[in-house]
Write a protein that binds this ligand. Structure first.
Ligand code: ASP
Length: 436
């Protein structure tokens, strides 16, 4: 028999109705033995996630405001769920312990982690699975970086003792025993770590959408679903702004070559998107289009730049000194541009330009503001001639001016820069050019 790890996001666990759907999904397949859970999410438009309420408690405490009322709202949510589902689990001592820790000045990571912890307790009782806390199993170093191999060993040896278990997502432990959380949405990472530790055949990630779409549905309402995508393609797309799965969840699954299946708790019959190591060939040229706005381009021209040794190194050092991350460096013979995030250079542009002038003495240096980057991604592009011609012709015919072009050596993606105001139009045009 195969083995599946299923992670359920906050919307799949928001209330009794959602939890019943979740249980039906789990019991429908005996291979779903290890379950990773988020904290309860929004039940309706305008509702507040439990994690946000927990951060709010901490904010009250820090500002010397009474936090009891907010904490009570959280307690009541779990109690209501337990009663609703007929689960007998005694949460009162848990609440008491959390209250005490709050009063003793527990960290905001500790407080936030209690959303997943309490949820896992309730859900383990509801499913009649073992509860396995990730405290002491997911391990971080003193700087807060995940110790991926130590975590794998600890999780794997503990889970051998449990045939079926529910684990809380989102957090682990530092060497001093303190709780540390991943960044928001981090239960996805926990799920991937558990999948690797038990050598799962598949890591199912249950959420409220049936996987990835080929483009943002706010721009392309009829965007088609992506049935399979490679880890590499997804990296290119998630990096550019698609946000169904935490991007750090890919790495642990990839290490163990475990496919990730994005599924919809509300429509479990949909097969969702399968993320795999190798690209599955299809007749589709592109797999997806994604992008983000608000980049600035620093364009530098210098005579004989190409033969000047160390030019790029010096430029990169300047940007590093200003703590600016670099997105892309498209270049010509005697010119090059550096694409940077607008928020990274805010308030520092003039200083950066002065420094470049002083150290590199370019002929010209120009700043183009408000640029959007759009990545068109697909393994199918590399084997076909005329892909870029098609893309650029379509954009030219649609009246979109391309400010920058960057194609990776793998020919798996073409990244273009356009004015922010042309962003939506360009995505629409590319979609229409490649997807019938
Ligand atoms: N509950 C956490 C959050 O809201 C982590 C997660 O759901 O993955 O970010």
């Amino acid at each position: 028999m195969g083995l599946k790890v299923a992670k359920f996001g906050g919307s799949s666990l928001a209330d009794g109705i959602q939890l019943t759907k979740t249980k039906n999904i789990i019991t429908a397949d005996p291979e779903r033995k290890y379950i990773v859970v988020s904290a309860p999410g929004k039940r309706y438009e305008g509702d507040v996630k439990v994690t946000d309420l927990l951060y709010l408690c901490k904010a009250h405490i820090e500002n010397n405001l009474p936090y009891e009322q907010v904490f009570q709202v959280i307690c009541d949510r779990y109690m209501a769920m337990a009663v609703n589902l007929g689960v007998t689990v005694n949460l009162v001592p848990e609440y008491e312990k959390i209250r005490q820790n709050l009063q003793r000045g527990a960290s905001s990571d500790y407080i936030a982690s209690r959303g997943e912890y309490l949820n896992a307790l309730v859900i383990a009782a509801f499913l009649n699975y073992d509860f396995v806390d990730t405290e002491g199993l997911i391990l971080f170093d003193a700087k807060g970086s995940l110790l991926i191999e130590e975590t794998n060993a600890a999780l794997s040896s503990e889970l051998k003792k449990h045939k079926c278990a529910v684990l809380p997502g989102f957090y682990g432990t530092m060497p001093d025993g303190k709780i540390k959380t991943f960044s928001r949405g981090g239960s996805d990472i926990t799920g991937a770590l558990v999948a690797r530790a038990v050598s799962a055949d598949v890591y199912e990630n249950w959420t409220d959408v049936s996987g990835f779409l080929m483009a943002d549905p706010r721009i392309v309402p009829e965007a088609k679903p992506i049935s399979t995508i490679s880890y590499k393609e997804l990296r290119e797309l998630s990096y550019m702004g698609a946000s169904v799965l935490h991007e750090d969840a890919i790495y642990p699954a990839r290490l163990a070559n475990i496919p990730i299946n994005i599924r919809n708790t509300n429509i479990p019959e949909d097969e969702g998107t399968m993320i795999t190591d190798t690209a599955v060939s299809s007749n589709q040229v592109i797999t997806g289009i994604a992008g983000t706005k608000d980049f600035d381009v620093i364009a530098i021209y210098k005579n004989m730049m190409a033969s000047e040794k160390g030019f790029i190194r010096k430029l990169l050092t300047i940007l590093e000194d200003f703590d600016v991350a670099i997105e892309h460096i498209p270049s010509g013979i005697d010119n090059l541009s550096v694409v940077v995030n607008k928020k990274d250079v805010e308030g520092k542009v003039e200083d950066i330009v002065d420094e470049i002038r002083r150290k590199l003495a370019p002929e010209t240096i120009e700043i183009f503001e408000d640029v959007a980057l759009i990545a068109t991604v697909g393994h199918g592009m590399s084997s076909r001639q005329g892909t870029s011609a098609k893309l650029f012709t379509a954009l030219a015919e649609g009246g979109v001016n391309i400010r920058m072009i960057d194609q990776g050596a793998s020919e798996m993606n073409i990244i273009i820069g356009v004015a922010n105001r042309d962003f939506e139009k360009a995505v629409r045009i590319i979609y229409d050019a490649f997807v019938e």
